[in-house]
Ligand binder design. Structure first.
Ligand code: BTN
Length: 327
């Protein structure tokens, strides 16, 4: 019976190819102790994950671009000293969804899971999140507060603020937030955040914050993403390594979560206002019961979007916002 290839079998091959140089198929197969046919199968599996591998008769194979793999120890070591001990960081080559994995995980928060590739990445509003191998960041953090913080409904906005501030601290400015927490650069989406939460029997509140950030994504199939998208390498030019990006974003998230638990959304409200892409602009909000059009007037203390329809001010708690260009 054909067995499916495990990530553990594929990782050594990836590590060898990560330098972007040509590697002879005969040598790769010999080093792995497998046949050429088995090697070809591994290469095909990596290509299915979205790894761009070129093959050429006589030369073997190479990655289209050199790749620095995510590294849990490097990420943890780059965290501020105060967070290094309490936080557990893990990296998987491939998983269904880092959010799903952490939602199902037991004790041990704060814990972080990153994956090079997701087979069932999830976005807001039940959408899929396109997650090709090695190009982007797919990262989730699970955190538990002993009791529910005030205005937890505004946590997605505070998470967006913390992420945009982390990117600005890495000299990647210009990222704005489209309510509630889409990261935009120019007029395209750079990343998104999915927050899931549940109450524990003890009265504690557990949240999982998941970020999908396009870092160096190329050629996503048009069917995979249903809105204009961009990637850090296009909107910011030189980009730090994904390990450095992950560590800086995590550091900002952890500080934000600690403060949010004590003070709620208030300390993040003015930063959200400055980053808010829609403030004062004509928007359309798609709701299950139909669309609402009007001028966006910022958010209230619960994180609800305020839309002035001309007749009333509507509070929007969940939905898809799009900018109306002819405003
Ligand atoms: C959005 O719709 O904008 C939110 C996208 C969130 C995607 C990230 S990728 C890491 C984590 N795991 C998931 O399945 N989703 C989030």
């Amino acid at each position: 019976m054909a067995r499916s290839l495990s990530a553990a079998a594929l990782l050594p091959l990836l590590r060898t190819l990560a330098d972007g140089a040509w590697h002879s198929g005969a040598v790769l197969a010999r080093e792995a102790g497998i046949t050429r046919a088995a090697l070809a199968k591994r290469v095909r599996k990596l290509q299915q994950w979205g790894v761009a591998i070129e093959t050429q008769p006589g030369r073997g194979c190479r990655l289209a671009q050199p790749l620095e793999l995510l590294d849990a120890a490097r990420i943890r070591d780059a965290l501020p000293a105060a967070w290094r001990d309490p936080v557990t960081v893990r990296v998987l080559p491939s998983t269904d969804s880092t959010n799903s994995q952490l939602m199902a995980a037991g004790a041990g928060d704060p814990q972080v899971l990153l994956a090079e590739h997701q087979t069932a990445g999830r976005g807001r509003q039940g959408r899929a999140w396109h997650s090709p191998f090695g190009a982007n960041l797919y990262m989730s953090l699970a955190w538990t507060w002993p009791q529910w913080p005030a205005a937890v409904t505004a946590l997605p906005l505070a998470a967006g603020v913390a992420t945009a501030q982390a990117l600005a601290a890495l000299a990647l400015p210009g990222v704005r937030l489209k309510w509630p927490n889409d990261l935009w650069c120019g007029d395209a989406k750079l990343g998104g955040i999915l927050i899931e939460q549940r109450g524990e029997a003890s009265g504690a509140c557990r949240v999982v914050i998941g970020l999908g950030l396009n870092v160096a994504m190329r050629g996503a199939p048009a069917t995979a993403i249903d809105q204009p998208w961009t990637t850090l390498t296009d909107c910011a030019g030189t980009v730090p390594s994904r390990n450095a990006l992950a560590a800086r974003i995590l550091a900002h998230w952890l500080d934000m979560l600690e403060r949010f638990g004590a003070e709620g959304f208030a300390p993040f409200a003015s930063a959200f206002r400055e980053l808010d892409l829609t403030h004062g602009r004509a928007v359309t909000v798609r709701l299950p019961e139909g669309s609402v059009g009007g001028i966006a007037r910022g958010v209230d203390g619960t994180g609800a979007l305020l839309v002035d329809t001309g007749e009333a001010q509507r509070r929007i708690f969940s939905g898809d916002v799009s900018l109306r260009l002819a405003s």
